[in-house]
Design a protein around this ligand. Structure first.
Ligand code: EPZ
Length: 430
């Protein structure tokens, strides 16, 4: 099993290039099966979840040409099945986007019930509510979600919770439904806008993506396109907090600074300096990080996917901070691991009370999920001595060449798979 071994204590310095957004790309890949023409997607992040979804799209008969690690061409003209049961598909959450996409095009889809990171119960009732409203029946049996419609008819849909997944899924199906669909209380995340933009470039008629009311006028069919995925705001934010926590100075490149506003606001509050450019952000740390309070919220609020990274940084900031998680109920599992490194954090319900400590010490810890795993790597970069992070398969789901990009900033980190490799690393870095 692969692990990261880290020797902490080096401030991160230099420049890092951000990859395409995983959570946007997953939905764009699903959208690419909605036409018989070829869709070319560039700036694709080369991460596990993306590769699993691509394989499952190949598995239903689409012609897939992986031009290079960051570019794929998909032709859905050869699709011969609407049943998605690829071996690994259950492991990724976004498999459910194929439901909306295939339902839209073929009026029928069967997809293995999604898994994804264990951060809460993660119901899909709003997806089902949306499909039902468009005239589709939805049934869950034998571990599969099955949906079918005689005809798809546009409708007025009010989402009971703000859900990225449900907004995108219903939008996918609705672009090929007859008539008008209005999605109210829609999610406003940048990836919702990205999906709407790609669908529009395929001939869909969508207005209002990025606001809480999305209006869709159904079209008969979609055509091919070439589309570049937006930069990953969560990967960018992760490097920004890594720079802050290690008192570094990092230029985070290939980003849309507007998407990072909630993150930069918090970095400023805790004492970092920020320089904003057209497509880059520089984070300059300080020895004297201060406490703050933060509550996760749907976009444009502070993202839940950035909650563990700020918590690690606050764990080594002066004073008491309060972090409130309002999106998922099980997103503090990393706290027990951080405590083993000397952090002082108490979790009460959906709140973590963090009393900043002077420093952390290296330990063997384990990544409980994707973002928490990345945050624990930041903790390892801050800590005195060696840290070993187990279960890095979670991190590999969503961060392209995480260790390589960190090494480019001066971090001492290596991916290893044996005790001998750990020893070799320790001899190398001293
Ligand atoms: C997406 O998950 C992301 N995943 C998550 O990123 C991210 O944490 C989350 O959005 C919030 O930003 C992907 O894009 C693949 P939601 P999703 O539907 O769509 C409740 C990562 O680390 N809800 O916006 O599953 C739900 O329980 C991952 O990259 C319902 O009640 O999230 C949650 O409390 C982890 N019923 C809230 O809504 C539903 O039908 C928001 O969930 C759907 C959701």
């Amino acid at each position: 099993m692969e692990q990261y071994v880290i020797k902490g204590g080096n401030p991160l310095n230099g420049e890092v290039d951000i990859s395409g957004a995983k959570n946007a790309a997953l939905a764009l890949l699903a959208a690419s099966v909605m036409t018989e023409d070829t869709v070319t997607i560039t700036n694709l992040p080369d991460v596990r979840d993306i590769n699993v979804l691509i394989e499952s799209i190949r598995d239903i008969g689409a012609t897939v040409n992986r031009v290079d690690k960051n570019c794929v061409q998909i032709n859905g003209g050869t699709i011969n099945s609407v049943t998605v049961d690829y071996e690994y598909i259950k492991k990724i959450r976004a498999s459910y986007y194929l439901l909306g996409a295939l339902l839209g095009r073929f009026h029928k889809a069967e997809v293995a019930l999604p898994g994804g990171c264990d951060i809460g119960t993660r119901p899909i009732d709003q997806h089902i509510k949306g499909f039902n409203a468009l005239g589709a029946k939805v049934l869950i049996e034998h571990g599969m979600i099955k949906t079918e419609a005689q005809e798809l008819l546009g409708n007025h849909i009010y989402m009971d919770v703000v859900s990225v997944g449900a907004t995108i899924n219903v939008m996918l199906a609705a672009v090929l439904a007859e008539g008008r669909t209005i999605i109210e209380n829609a999610a406003k995340e940048p990836h919702v806008v990205d999906v709407a933009n790609m669908l529009s470039s395929m001939g869909a008629n969508i207005k209002g993506a990025g606001t809480d009311v999305i209006r869709i006028k159904g079209v008969e069919k979609l055509h091919g396109t070439e589309y570049a995925v937006i930069p990953d705001q969560i990967e960018a934010g992760t490097f920004m907090f890594a720079a802050a926590a290690t008192n570094g100075n990092v230029l985070v490149k290939n980003v849309i600074p507007k998407h990072l506003e909630a993150i930069t606001a918090k970095l400023l509050e805790i004492g970092c300096s920020i320089e904003e450019y057209d497509d880059a952000v520089r984070v300059i740390g300080t020895k004297d990080l201060r406490s703050t309070h933060v509550k996760t919220l749907p976009y444009p609020g502070y993202p839940t996917d950035m909650q563990p990274q700020i918590a690690v940084t606050l764990a080594v900031s002066r004073g008491t901070s309060i972090v409130t998680e309002s999106i998922f109920e099980n997103r503090f599992k990393y706290v027990a691991e951080l405590a083993r490194m000397g952090a002082n954090i108490k979790v009460e319900g959906n709140t973590a009370i963090i009393n900043g400590v002077d420093g952390l010490t290296g330990a063997q810890i384990s990544a409980p999920d994707l973002r928490a795993g990345a945050a624990l790597v930041i903790a390892g970069l801050v800590a005195k001595g060696y840290t070993i992070v187990d279960d890095i398969v979670y991190i590999q789901r969503g961060y392209e060449d995480f260790e390589g990009k960190l090494r480019g900033l001066g971090a001492m980190i290596e991916k290893v798979s044996s005790e001998e490799e750990v020893t070799k690393f320790k001899l190398k870095v001293g």
